[in-house]
Ligand binder design. Structure first.
Ligand code: NAD
Length: 290
């Protein structure tokens, strides 16, 4: 398949490499000034997308996605699909899908979970919004870049699924970390705490799979001095998107709101920037109630 790939950053470059390794004809473009080690690069968006059956974008945010889509769409062939894998706000995803439809193109919003490790290994999970026809066209590409693609409904629903999932993740990570810090102060051994909670009703992915306490449970960023993993900065981005969406549809999300405020403080005023999002545990450990 002839593919244009825009945004060859930490996630995009390994995803594009996996598609090219699988035999697809991938032309990449990135706006970064430095050199990029990709086998077939173009010098602009127009030449990267013209003639492509699918154009994939992996960009930092919704404003940049809208800009890139506005430049790409006029050069895309009728019937081609614009497949955005970035994490962006639901409104931008739907606005870009409308722009694509007006030009006779298909569009999918397909944010991922799995991080840079999953991008490299080709084991990402895609949460996909858009028409069944566009989903079918991209299905083979999801199979190469990932291990699972869930069609969540019409445009914007992929982003909706992603931010709802990550709102739960942010909230449960905070709850897990504050409970560990409380257990410490109550004199409860961390291994005993893990053994009980991971097999009781307090269990979650944050406790069972990504335990924030070093040396306890499966290997996680806590065992590597909280080097990300999934950076607190990216968790904050996703939580803010969840609150932007909640505001737009008047949804009451008090726990999501509290988690957003706490990660904002952690990243912007404390030591959280550049650390894994589970580094909330040493934060709580070092504090009292006030
Ligand atoms: P990144 O900053 O490494 O890559 C983004 C790339 O887009 C950069 O190389 C940048 O130069 C390029 N770019 C910016 N503006 C451009 C433009 N106008 N035209 C062309 N290229 C442009 O970010 P990343 O870590 O690869 O993340 C990409 C997306 O994936 C984000 O939306 C992020 O939230 C999401 N995501 C990231 C992770 C992760 O672990 N890094 C996990 C899941 C989802």
């Amino acid at each position: 398949m002839k593919i244009g790939f825009i945004g060859l950053g930490n996630m995009g470059l390994p995803m594009a490499n996996n598609l090219a390794d699988a035999g697809h004809d991938v032309t990449g473009y990135d706006a970064a000034p430095g050199p990029i080690d990709f086998r077939k690069l173009s010098d602009g968006i127009a030449s990267a997308v013209s003639g492509a059956e699918v154009v994939i974008t992996m960009l930092p945010n919704g404003a940049i996605l809208r800009e890139v889509a506005a430049q790409a769409i006029p050069h895309m062939s009728p019937g081609a699909v614009l497949l955005d894998c970035s994490t962006v706000d639901v409104e931008s995803a739907r606005a870009v899908a409308d722009m694509a439809a007006a030009a006779g193109l298909g569009a999918l919003d397909a944010p991922v979970s799995g991080g840079t490790g999953g991008a490299l290994a080709g084991t990402l999970t895609f949460m996909v919004g858009g028409s069944p026809q566009a989903f079918d066209k991209a299905k083979g590409l999801f199979d190469i870049m990932g291990q699972r693609a869930v069609h969540c409904g019409p445009s914007g629903n992929g982003q909706a699924a992603k931010i709802c999932n990550n709102m739960i993740l942010g909230v449960t990570m905070i709850a897990t970390c504050e409970a560990f810090a409380l257990a410490d102060k109550l004199g409860l051994d961390r291994q005993a705490m893990f053994d009980v909670v991971s097999t009781s009703s307090g269990q979650s992915w944050s406790m069972n799979t990504y335990c924030p306490a070093p040396g306890i449970g499966p290997k996680s960023p806590a065992d590597n001095a909280y080097k990300p993993g999934f950076a607190a900065d990216l968790m904050l981005k996703d939580l803010r998107l969840s609150q932007q969406a909640a505001q737009a549809v008047d949804a009451d999300t008090p726990m999501g709101q509290a988690a957003t405020a706490l990660y904002a403080t952690f990243v912007e005023n404390e030591e959280g920037a550049g650390r894994d999002f589970s580094a909330m545990l040493p934060r709580f450990e070092s504090r009292g109630r006030s």
